[in-house]
Write a protein that binds this ligand. Structure first.
Ligand SMILES: [Zn+2]
Length: 376
């Protein structure tokens, strides 16, 4: 953990000797206040994850309340070999926490690291894994390998300045919080501590790219057998991004799903995020491919463990409805901003991601039309 301790120069202390006691007292009170303020966040013992063992040797890390980021972590123990980790998360300090947990629950190196897709909260911690385990095999879809330098890196550069402004705004809010609002104060302290850690590291981020870029087409699978466990890495097609991988444990009936969907369903609608990485028109088809797997629980990239397939069915249905609406509007020649006024955001979903998905769907329709491809 990084500490930004304030150190008072000795020369200043020596100069104080000639001043009256009252001034020396005022100086020490002010110094103590500055010192406390400067180190308030640094002294917060920021621990990111709450871990649970969802199956024998399969660990699921969910961020504690008021964390800096919302992305989960998965460790699969491979006895006698080490472990497989799915997604390296958003920052070095979070990745190091995953590494420490992996060492504790699965002696040996992290042998495989899967990057499910190109979003920074799934790949930015790669460097920490490479440093700790130079031999680690980092596996991703080829589109993720291409997308990290082309999309992820420039986006993160653009985000640093808004995040600094957000931190400044948080600091102002923190000053405004009254002494008896302890809960609100500690929640904000925790979020500030995480953001400070992230910003202190982000400027020196070294982007480590996957070492194995899989040229998989829809429905293809790559099998890894290690430590007496069988792991199947699937590509189901375009959805949240163009290169989402999922890890399936057929014996344990566990699916590590990345951001393909999550309980509540709105994850799939983030396919329009930033550079329009995914597909609105193809999401339902991709998720129908996922549905064919026989899993009891799914571990999503965000939120809690998913049991059964009800939320997956809901996500498929939502996408089908949205695509039907887009198709109708597009066929009438209606401009996208008119359609955006009409579409109703389903309950429990954010309006902005839903609207981005509409825009993405329109773009895909337009592209297909220009290329003379069927609409699907
Ligand atoms: Zn994502």
């Amino acid at each position: 953990m990084q500490h930004n301790l304030v150190v008072f120069p000795c020369s200043l202390l020596l100069k104080l000797r000639g001043y009256p006691a009252i001034w020396r007292k005022i100086f020490w009170i002010a110094a103590a206040a500055i010192f406390a303020m400067a180190n308030a966040a640094a002294d917060t013992n920021y621990v990111h994850f709450q871990w649970k063992e969802v199956r024998d040797g399969v660990w699921f890390g969910v961020p504690q309340p008021n964390s800096f980021a919302t992305t989960n972590a998965v460790i699969i123990a491979l006895p006698g070999v080490g472990s497989m980790v799915v997604d390296s998360n958003y920052a070095d300090f979070i990745a190091r926490e995953i590494i420490e947990k992996a060492k504790q629950v699965a002696p040996g190196p992290v042998r495989y690291l899967i990057n499910t897709h190109l979003h920074p909260d799934h790949v930015q911690g790669n460097e920490a894994f490479k440093k700790a385990f130079p031999q680690v095999e980092i596996i991703a879809h080829q589109r993720t390998c291409q997308g990290i330098p082309a999309k992820t890196v420039p986006r993160i550069k653009d985000r640093i300045s808004p995040l600094r402004q957000e931190l400044d705004a948080m600091r102002k809010r923190r000053i405004a919080i009254g002494e008896n609002e302890k809960e609100a104060a500690s929640a904000l302290d925790r979020r500030m501590a995480g953001l400070e850690l992230y910003l202190s590291e982000a400027k020196a981020t070294v982007w480590v790219l996957p070492t194995s870029c899989l040229k998989m087409t829809t429905g293809q699978m790559k099998k890894i057998t290690a430590g007496g466990r069988r792991m199947e890495i699937y590509y189901f097609g375009r959805g949240h991004t163009a290169g989402d991988l999922a890890v399936y444990l057929p014996v344990e009936k566990v699916l590590v799903a990345g951001d393909l969907w999550s309980e509540g369903g709105d994850m799939l609608l983030n396919n329009g995020i930033d550079g329009r990485d995914g597909s609105t028109l193809e999401t339902a088809m991709t998720l129908r491919g996922v549905r064919k797997l026989d899993f009891d629980i799914a571990l999503p990239g965000h939120r809690e463990v998913i049991r059964g397939k009800a939320s997956l069915d809901a996500a498929i249905m939502d996408d089908n409805k949205l695509v039907a609406q887009i198709r109708e509007s597009y066929a009438r020649g209606e401009p996208v901003d008119e359609t955006l006024k009409k579409v109703v955001t389903p309950p429990n979903m954010g309006t902005a991601p839903w609207q981005r998905a509409v825009i993405r769907g329109y773009e895909e329709m337009e592209l297909r039309h220009q290329l003379g491809l069927p609409e699907r």
